[in-house]
Design a protein around this ligand. Structure first.
Ligand code: GAL
Length: 807
């Protein structure tokens, strides 16, 4: 297939008011969510019979031959489970104690080569396409399937996509039956891993059906980027036009630049002439945007670019692309600048799973997680170590969070180069994405092979996106060999003491802490418990290769050549239970736990990463039986001095060193521990009181109004209070949930890294223990307007309920 590029320049077009006629014509393009009503059944990786004879039937000898397998459109699947995507079957399986590194690293779930009976998933979806639409093209797009999917429509093989992290799309048009039942079948094979952390299993991201004219813009076929030049910005639109008709066509690509309210600010038109049958051209246009409203962390403003294909004065296709205008400057000696303003990267690494739902994260939960990070003072997110879910990037775009977007594997073979290409082409319109990462801690990193692979990947990146640069996350100190010789931005995983000598030796290379800190803590735990696998909730314990928060941040903050760094990690995630193993099933690295409940270290970062008044005391003050014994009290604050009082008696005043914390040893007496801090001449107070017994449940919903679309979701955090309304930090009650109405419970969690309680309760008996005073329920909206009520009860406690509205 030929691919040509037409380049045109259009000057300032002035401000044009939106006209009704602009979008009056009906455009056939449709993008339909394809998440509902999938049938699901486990196959089997070692027993062909239990795998619906997949490897027995000779399905590849003739096109469309599927007889005797679950691929056959006539196969009866009525006994299969019906479900809605996104779906992660791993999260629903029990935990298993198996002495195998990768099973441990993946969170002790029975998925992978050792578990043939729970590692193959079959999905089937029945759907209809109207006969009237038979002149259109139909494309199915999977945003992410973990992993190795094979896909058939009506028995015809569409293809195989091994990656569990990049999306894939197939044109269905040739195999459709109009006005009749069509059956899409997906076999998912999760017997192999791709990472060393929890990865989930199944169709865990959205699926979309696209329908458009044979003359159209292909998927991800628009690249919009802007260059700020003085008071204006030149916005470039590169739009691909694909002619899937059997004759050459002529036409026009129109580009309309709209502000957030839909007002047209600039427009441009370019002809494509004689686009041959079954050929694609890229039409490049430049639009001038006077006085651009820049995208920034505090004001994440986005414009919209509407790209239309017109033929014979008729609009045949239209694509809307959101984009932002911002500048990124990366220097080797002064760090990074966003729109000319210095930005120290206060970043976190994150994997994609959350409590209760695993990797099948509802869109609303992506926004919830990013909001939690922003409140902590985080301004950058590293999608470690794989292409993220598209909605995560939407959340970062719209809430103002920079993203380091990461490729899964450092490999330049065609298959992996394609993964990098899929990542970049999918994500390059997102203003939040400020840099690519081509890989992480590869064994070949210091070799000539590593260097050559990196060079190939970097070449590909520059070709697909000349507007950004790349880094690579090296677990190396002052080492300049292999990948580090060619990588534009040097990434450091840990080993922050190597940064200064490296900078002295290579002052021309910008550098960033791709993985920093990595304190291991268990929320609300204050003693080492190697049986249950808990680490104290102070910034003190870390693996040998890493450091405390305070150690790396004091170093980074003191040196302007650091672009900043990304904590390992923002949230706990499943798998990697370092420094323990079973019964631990999830990591301890998070600043927040798997539910997003802050650990004490959160307040260290929040003190130095925000301008808010932060004053936090560690630990809680419920220590029955420890009377008279010394308790280690830490204070995190960004105030100048702190005076600590126990039951009204001063324990002394201390001056707060910048980027550090304060400590007292306090002999325990029940009552009130209070800190009084001075900040900018103001007094700030924080007290920690010994509570009475738990009395009532408190349900705290993130949102009480949901869209009745069957997708929207909200988080309900659960805590308990004593009679005086004080939160009881060491309560461990079993909370039982009920739901009355048309919502759906999706998952529960409590942040306990050693809990083997189920995340989902398909028997309808939804429950979860509190872990040190907290647990969480995630609920999803129904499809009809109305309300539903969530109830929470526990033995001996006053119940709570919350009404969720779906107007
Ligand atoms: C790093 C690695 C991360 C994670 C972390 C655990 O070396 O890049 O993915 O495994 O160690 O400490």
């Amino acid at each position: 297939m030929m691919h040509r590029t037409f380049c045109l320049f259009f000057g300032l077009l002035g401000l044009v008011a939106p006209t009704a006629s602009c979008f009056a014509q009906t455009v056939p393009r449709q993008k339909t969510l394809f998440d509902n009503d999938w049938k699901f059944h486990f196959g089997h990786a070692a027993d062909p019979q239990q795998d619906f004879d997949f490897t027995v039937a000779n399905i590849f000898s003739k096109s469309g031959k599927a007889v005797g397998t679950a691929i056959d459109p006539r196969f009866a699947d009525s006994t299969w489970q019906t479900l809605q995507l996104p779906h992660d079957w791993a999260v629903q399986l029990p935990f298993v104690e198996v002495d195998n590194f990768d099973v441990m690293a993946h969170g002790y779930k029975p998925v992978g080569g050792l578990f043939p009976e729970t590692s193959i998933g079959w999905y089937r979806k029945h759907f209809q396409v109207a006969r009237a639409d038979s002149g259109q093209r139909f494309v199915i797009e999977f945003d992410g399937v973990f992993r190795d999917s094979q896909i058939w429509l009506n028995g015809f093989y569409l293809g195989n996509h091994p990656s569990g992290y990049t999306g894939v799309a197939y044109d269905l048009t040739d195999y459709l039956r109009y006005g009749e039942a069509n059956v899409l079948v997906v076999r998912v094979d999760a017997t192999q891993y791709e990472g060393w952390f929890y990865e989930g299993a199944g169709i865990y991201r959205h699926v979309w059906l696209h329908q458009y004219d044979p003359l159209h813009i292909p998927l991800h076929g628009v690249f919009v980027h802007a260059k700020v030049e003085g008071p204006q910005a030149i916005v470039t639109v590169e739009a691909s036009v694909e002619n899937e008709t059997d004759t050459p066509v002529e036409g026009t690509v129109a580009a309309y630049l709209l502000d957030r309210d839909g007002k047209r600010l600039a427009e441009s038109k370019a002809d494509f002439s004689a686009l041959p049958a079954h050929d694609t051209q890229t039409v490049v246009q430049h639009l001038t945007l006077p006085t651009p409203h820049l995208w920034s962390l505090d004001d994440p403003y986005r414009y919209r670019m509407v790209t239309e294909i017109q033929r014979n004065n008729k609009v045949v296709d239209r694509v809307e692309t959101r984009f932002g205008v911002r500048t990124i400057e990366i220097t080797p000696d002064r760090g990074m600048f966003l729109n000319g303003q210095h930005v120290m990267l206060q970043g976190v690494n994150c994997h994609q799973d959350h409590a209760g739902v695993g990797s099948a994260v509802p869109d609303a939960l992506q926004y919830y997680r990013i909001r939690l990070l922003k409140e902590m003072g985080v301004n950058a997110y590293r999608a470690s170590h794989n292409p993220p879910t598209p909605e995560l990037l939407d959340a970062c775009d719209s809430l103002g969070m920079l993203v380091m977007d990461e490729n899964r594997l450092l490999n330049s073979s065609p298959a992996y180069l394609q993964q990098l290409e899929d990542l970049i082409v999918r994500d390059r319109n997102h203003p939040s994405v400020f840099m690519w990462s081509i890989g992480n801690e590869e064994p070949s990193q210091t070799s000539a092979i590593g260097r050559r692979i990196a060079q190939t990947l970097l070449q590909k990146q520059r070709e697909l996106d000349p507007t950004r640069t790349s880094t690579y996350a090296a677990d190396l100190a002052n080492v300049y060999k292999g990948i580090n010789e060619v990588i534009p931005v040097r990434g450091f995983n840990y080993r922050h003491e190597g940064v200064a000598p490296y900078h002295a030796d290579h002052p021309e290379q910008p550098l960033v802490g791709t993985e920093m800190g990595s304190t291991v803590t268990t929320r609300g735990i204050y003693v080492v418990d190697s049986i249950r696998g808990y680490v104290p909730d102070y910034d003190s314990t870390h693996p040998w290769w890493s450091s405390t928060a305070e150690a790396w941040w004091t170093e980074a903050a003191a040196h302007p050549y650091w672009m900043g760094g990304f904590i390992w990690t923002g949230f706990d995630y499943r798998g990697e239970p370092t420094p323990y193993a079973w019964p631990n099933i999830n990591s301890h690295f998070g600043v927040m736990d798997v539910c997003g409940f802050p650990k004490n270290i959160y307040y260290y970062y929040q003190s130095w990463w925000t301008d808010e008044d932060v004053l936090h005391l560690t630990p809680h003050w419920n220590w029955p039986g420890r009377e008279g014994q010394p308790i280690k009290v830490w204070v995190n604050t960004n105030a100048e001095t702190v005076e600590l009082f126990l039951n009204g008696k001063s324990l002394g005043t201390k001056t707060m060193p910048r980027n550090e914390h304060l400590e007292w040893m306090v002999p325990y007496q029940p009552g009130k521990l209070e800190a009084v801090a001075l900040k900018d001449g103001r007094k700030i107070r924080k007290k920690m009181e010994t509570t009475g017994a738990a009395y009532r449940i408190v349900l705290t919903p993130d949102r009480t109004t949901l869209t009745p679309d069957g997708r929207d979701a909200t988080v309900l955090n659960v805590s308990v209070q004593d009679k005086k309304g004080r939160e009881v930090p060491d309560a461990q009650h079993l909370i039982r949930f009920s739901l009355d109405g048309t919502g759906r419970m999706l998952g529960v969690g409590n942040g306990d890294p050693s809990s083997h309680e189920p995340d989902q309760c398909p028997d309808g008996q939804w429950q979860r223990h509190l872990f040190n005073g907290k647990c969480q329920l995630i609920v999803q909206a129904g499809t009809q307007p109305g309300t539903f009520t969530i109830g929470a009860t526990a033995e001996g406690l006053k119940a709570a309920s919350v009404v969720i509205q779906m107007p």
